[in-house]
Design a protein around this ligand. Structure first.
Ligand code: UDX
Ligand code: UDX
Length: 463
């Protein structure tokens, strides 16, 4: 089957960049990205592509080339479903906040809504692709909804998990390590997989496109994220031991990373991992293991989350302790709020939890992040519901200028590893701060020796 029309439900951090790259690389395919959120679609259609809702290096340029040619953003969900041969589902699957599996299982409410909408609208055979990260065997549920509520047309469900990391989404999509496609082993299933392989082979070498059964594909995504997060929790666990013993985690990480069996990536000690995926996917894995009665397996993976929570708490406790056991009414400046550099995404960012702890201790938080709005920062804190929105508003001020943010501060905490922080005029910042001037580098990105020479009291992670 020659694919000429694709639709994607969900214009978020995954759907938006993925479809933009497919459109750029496959000019013969019409790609329509739909979303319920009108404001978000309007932003994707902003004539100035610098205003698209998601910041990713290189993305606005791709959107500028393909949009209006074969890339479209729309709220007309039914029409897009009706026209497409392949429908990607890329809606969010947050951790459940209610009922059975609360705080652990993935909330599949939006996925089910999408499946029902597809079933209602589809008048010819469709390939439905799960792009959202889902618990194993979700494809089965989607298939059941489609087959029982549809108009008698045939659906093939594929799992095609996304491995892009935010901040490098465009290069990850253009040069993926691998593309994973899971499908049924029936002849129809194989044909559907082949159709999707054809789409990707417009720019990805075929030896990097793996096909598997649906459950292997679904579980591979959860496993990949669990392994990556586990490396960070492992290195963070060692960072605490380093602080007690006089070893330096940066040196330890370098030494072990040179072992080719271990490798150098994902060994950076930090204030803790964030992002929309790691915690959610591991909790999901833990929930699945528990539901099969595999308690040792569940506990093993849960420890990765426990370690991460400990690392965030340890960072805020360290600030309070070092500032003579009180931060009441002290100005503490956060440089960075996003969960990592080169993104405006703040989901599960360590900054939120560290700020929450410090506000509990009556600190005044000043925030500077080059890409995150003051509105988003307050929303993130309000979402935790630790205290009233008014109280949060009184406790946090955000700035568009980093030097102003640091003026008269008692301490600076680095929460995101934005490159620009390295190039600041640190002498100027030191001169404008309260003394002693403290820096808590939650990302180990600043030059400790240089800062100490200026007069800062510098504390990194794990040394
Ligand atoms: C999402 C999932 O969170 C993640 O598990 C998966 O791997 C990829 O998809 P992301 O793209 O980052 O990640 O989510 P988000 O930026 O929240 O985008 C989802 C979009 O779907 C939102 O714009 C939302 O408005 C839209 N949506 C949600 C719909 O259009 N319809 C719905 O029924 C639900
Ligand atoms: C992750 C996976 O990498 C990606 O393959 C998957 O599809 C989605 O989840 P993402 O969450 O966008 O991507 O970012 P990632 O680069 O994995 O970083 C996650 C968190 O770990 C960030 O908060 C980052 O700062 C932190 N991190 C990463 C560390 O603390 N140390 C490291 O060495 C690496």
């Amino acid at each position: 089957m020659e694919i000429t029309k694709i639709c994607c439900i969900g214009a978020g951090y995954v759907g938006g960049p993925t479809m933009a790259v497919i459109a750029q690389k496959c000019p013969h395919i019409q790609v329509t990205v739909v979303d319920l959120n009108e404001e978000r679609i309007a932003a994707w259609n902003d004539p100035n592509t610098d205003n698209i809702p998601i910041y990713e290096p290189g993305l606005s340029e791709i959107v500028a080339t393909a949009r209006g040619r074969n890339l479209f953003f729309s709220t007309a969900v039914d029409q897009a479903i009706d026209e497409a041969q392949i429908i990607f589902i890329s809606v969010n699957t947050p951790t459940k906040t209610y009922g059975k599996g609360k705080g652990m299982a993935a909330d599949l409410k939006y996925i089910e809504l999408c499946a029902r909408q597809i079933a209602r609208v589809a008048k010819d055979n469709k390939i439905v692709v799960e792009k959202s990260t889902l618990p194993v065997r979700t494809a089965e549920a989607i298939k059941s909804i489609l087959d029982h509520t549809g108009n008698g047309v045939q659906f093939q469900i594929l799992s095609n998990p996304e491995f892009l990391a935010e901040g490098t989404a465009v290069t990850d999509l253009l040069q993926p390590d691998r593309i994973l496609i899971g499908g049924d082993t029936t002849p129809e299933g194989k044909k559907a997989m082949e159709a999707l392989v054809q789409v990707y082979s417009n720019w990805v070498p075929t030896d990097k496109i793996l096909t598997t059964n649906v459950w292997s594909s679904e579980l591979s995504k959860l496993t990949a994220n669990a392994f990556l997060a586990q490396r960070i929790s492992s290195v963070n666990a060692m960072s605490e031991l380093c602080e007690k013993t006089g070893a330096d985690i940066n040196e330890v990480a370098k030494a072990i990373g040179m072992d080719s069996r271990i490798g150098p990536k994902f060994l950076k000690a930090s204030v803790g991992f964030g992002g929309s995926c790691f915690q959610k996917d591991i909790l999901n894995l833990v929930y699945i293991a528990k539901s099969y009665g595999l308690h040792e397996v569940a506990d093993y993976w849960e420890q990765v989350i426990i370690m991460n929570d400990h690392q965030k708490r340890r960072f805020s406790n360290g600030i309070v302790q070092t500032l003579y056991n009180t931060v009441s009414d002290k100005k503490i400046t956060f440089l960075g709020w996003a969960f990592k550099k080169d993104t405006n995404d703040t989901r599960e960012s360590a900054a939120i939890f560290v700020a929450d702890d410090l506000i509990n201790e009556h600190a005044k938080i000043a925030v500077y992040d080059p890409k995150v709005s003051s509105k988003k920062i307050l929303e993130d804190l309000n979402y935790l519901a630790t205290r009233s929105p008014e109280h949060n508003q009184d406790s946090v001020t955000s700035y568009r200028d980093p030097y102003e943010a640091c003026q008269d501060a008692h301490a600076i905490a680095i929460l995101t590893e934005w490159d620009e922080f390295i190039h600041y005029d640190w002498q100027k910042i030191f001169d404008a701060m309260q003394k002693p001037a403290f820096i808590f580098d939650g990302r180990n990105v600043l030059d400790a020796a240089q800062l100490r020479a200026i007069g800062f009291v510098y504390q990194g992670i794990g040394s």
